[in-house]
Design a protein around this ligand. Structure first.
Ligand code: MG
Ligand code: MG
Length: 623
């Protein structure tokens, strides 16, 4: 594997915080971003020593701007500026300077002129025993393609002058990757990596605000790395990310995300880890709460058609089931569930996923630096392997073979069902989790690097300047869908709605009903009421879809929201919010509908806001 590196500009914090986070995440090297260095109170030698003391090397000092093709007298000044930086690099212990292609309107074009400038700079670099790498910016004035940058480096013909490749600048411009293979690996001085979501905007803003780690965006970074491998390049692979979410996030979390991204990328180019785990289904969802709240939730479960089917052999834990769904109520006075309830209030403390091979899933998690979670288990109780998930919750794993196929028999005394009524609900359709906006890309990478889950392509960024963003990730066969909802950490109403009402963690769970009308009817007969939907919604529905008035009446009568995509239909209904924390949704998908009823989200949010307390309507939250 190539050495691992990250540019300090990618992380939040001051230079010392960034470097500590980078070292803790296990990188080999850093690119020192000049501005991080300039704003740090310490001499170049101090900074150099801090970096070596952390066990890191400096793989580049960057960026040096607007060098090549300058007319005199700017040219002489540019060379003098470069020489001053070389002297600083000597103090710092940096051996490679990154020069990005000139964007100055005063610069002159011409490949030979640029090559001559670099040849002369090579001689100056030799005096300081440093090297210079040239990178084509996608928006460079005369050089904006790596093939032109390489031609300039080739014509410069100086051993101190080499090429720097950057996946973003290459892939953003749709430059072909095949010609990379014909560049000699020893003439490539550094390879920088960044991904980005597909967005229709100018390249400069796209690059400055929306870069992300490979695996979090839509660019073919793995193909880029495969092309680089063809050259025999053996230097570092270095993240260079400019992203507003990153700048607001935790340096340690982001540094670890970057390492996870590099590990996944290495596995994509040369597979060597256990494969991403296929999620076969949800074994159970566990709620942690106190006795009183648990009683109320059990009442709600009953009304939803769940029956108590087991009690834990040694703990204050009950099992509730219907169809293929299992819910677990945990009111233990100590242990993980109790501490979760204290920290986060009543809610989901664990999700248990059925995977094909638990040992392989845990091995891949460890390789991706996802820490396993362990807690003491009682005598004779099963130890279920687990990792940490969103908001301090756990993800447990079971599998269809061996002892982990028999957790219920092992830990629970079965109870005979009190009713033989047919199940109203048959599976978990989706799990919606809310989190800080800054954490969304982290959890996206977490889920998609460990599990065979894919982002739904048409739902990338809802609103680039926006406050609430929603990202569904789904298993290819639809066995499970997660929806990650993020709200920017500002004092906006939408942010307050998420943070005060639901908090980080599971916001709602949607169950699939074979017949949503029958389910609502039976649940109402059992005493349940559903979220009130305004009359205007149904009148608009009639106008939009031209549905039969009787059908509209039935939807209205059952408080059901409706969406259609071609011939595919989606019906959804919501419970009231439970304990101001979470709620349940019941959905029926007809004809292969793949979405989440996004058009109805604002109606649902407004209805919930009306019920909760006087809050002005937040912006739509897609789910
Ligand atoms: Mg770059
Ligand atoms: Mg939903």
């Amino acid at each position: 594997m190539n050495a691992t590196s990250i540019a300090t500009v990618s992380l939040s914090g001051d230079l010392a915080e960034k470097l500590q986070a980078i070292a803790a995440a296990g990188y080999d090297a850093v690119e020192v971003f000049e501005n991080d260095f300039l704003t740090f109170d310490g001499s170049p030698r101090d900074v150099g020593k801090m970096i070596t003391d952390l066990g890191l090397t400096i793989c580049a000092f960057q960026p040096f701007r607007d060098f090549e093709g300058m007319p005199e007298p700017l040219r002489a000044r540019t060379f003098a500026r470069a020489e001053r930086k070389f002297a600083i690099m000597n103090e710092l212990g940096a051996e490679l300077m990154l020069i990005c292609s000139n964007v100055s309107p005063q610069s002159l074009g011409g490949i030979d002129r640029a090559a001559a400038d670099f040849r002369e700079l090579g001689a100056l670099a030799a005096k300081y025993d440093v090297r210079v790498g040239f990178e084509a910016l996608a928006w460079g004035r005369h050089v904006n393609d790596y093939r032109d940058a390489w031609e300039i480096v080739r014509r410069a013909g100086h051993e101190r002058i080499g090429l720097i490749l950057d996946s973003f600048h290459t892939l953003a411009r749709h430059s072909p990757l095949e010609p990379i293979a014909s560049i000699p690996g020893d003439r490539i001085f550094l390879v920088q990596l960044a991904d980005a979501p597909k967005l229709d905007m100018d390249v400069l803003s796209w690059s400055r605000h929306f870069r992300c780690f490979p695996g979090q965006g839509d660019l073919a970074v793995a193909d880029f790395v495969k092309a680089v491998e063809q050259t025999g390049y053996s230097g570092p692979l270095s993240h260079e990310i400019f992203n507003d979410q990153f700048r607001a996030g935790s340096a340690r979390r982001l540094a670890t995300d970057g390492m996870r991204s590099l590990i996944q990328l290495a596995d994509q180019t040369k597979p060597h880890l256990p494969p991403r785990a296929d999620i076969l289904g949800v074994e159970f969802i566990e709620f942690a709460l106190d006795e009183d709240t648990a009683h109320d939730l059990a009442t709600l479960f009953s009304a939803l058609g769940f029956r108590r089917t087991g009690t834990h052999r040694s703990k204050s834990v009950t099992r509730w089931s219907q169809g293929g769904i299992n819910l677990v109520l945990n009111t233990e006075k100590d242990g993980f569930a109790q501490s979760h309830a204290i920290m986060h209030g009543p809610g989901v403390c664990a999700i248990t996923l059925r995977v094909a091979d638990v040992a392989q899933t845990m091995a891949r998690a460890r390789a991706l630096k996802i820490a396993p979670f362990e807690q003491p288990v009682g005598p004779g109780e099963m130890e279920i392997p687990a990792i940490r998930g969103v908001g301090g919750s756990l993800i447990y794993f079971t599998e269809p073979k061996g002892s982990l196929a028999h957790i219920w028999e092992a830990d629970f005394n079965p109870e005979a069902p009190t009713s033989s009524a047919p199940a109203l609900l048959d599976s978990v359709d989706h799990i919606s989790q809310s989190m800080d906006y800054e954490e969304m890309l982290s959890w996206l990478l977490f889920y998609t690097s460990l599990f065979a889950l894919e982002r739904v392509p048409q739902l990338a960024i809802a609103d680039p300047a926006g406050l609430v963003e929603s990202r569904p990730i789904v298993s290819p066969d639809g066995a499970l869908r997660f929806v990650l909802n993020g709200s920017q950490a500002t004092r906006t109403l939408s942010s307050r709605f998420v943070s005060e009402h639901f908090g980080s963690g599971v916001q709602h769970i949607a169950f699939a009903a074979p017949d949503i009308f029958a389910a609502v009817k039976a649940m109402r007969a059992a005493g349940l009421s559903f979220l009130d939907i305004p009359e205007n919604y149904y009148e608009d529905l009639e106008a939009r879809h031209g549905l039969d008035p009787d059908y509209i009446d039935a939807l209205r009568e059952h408080h059901i929201l409706y969406d259609r995509d071609g011939d595919a239909e989606f019906l959804q209904v919501y419970t009231h919010v439970f304990a101001q924390r979470f709620f349940f949704e019941i959905v029926e998908r007809r004809g292969g509908y793949v979405g989440f009823g996004a058009v109805n989200a604002s109606v649902r949010l407004a209805a919930q806001a009306r019920e909760a307390r006087p809050v002005t309507m937040p912006r739509p939250l897609r789910d």
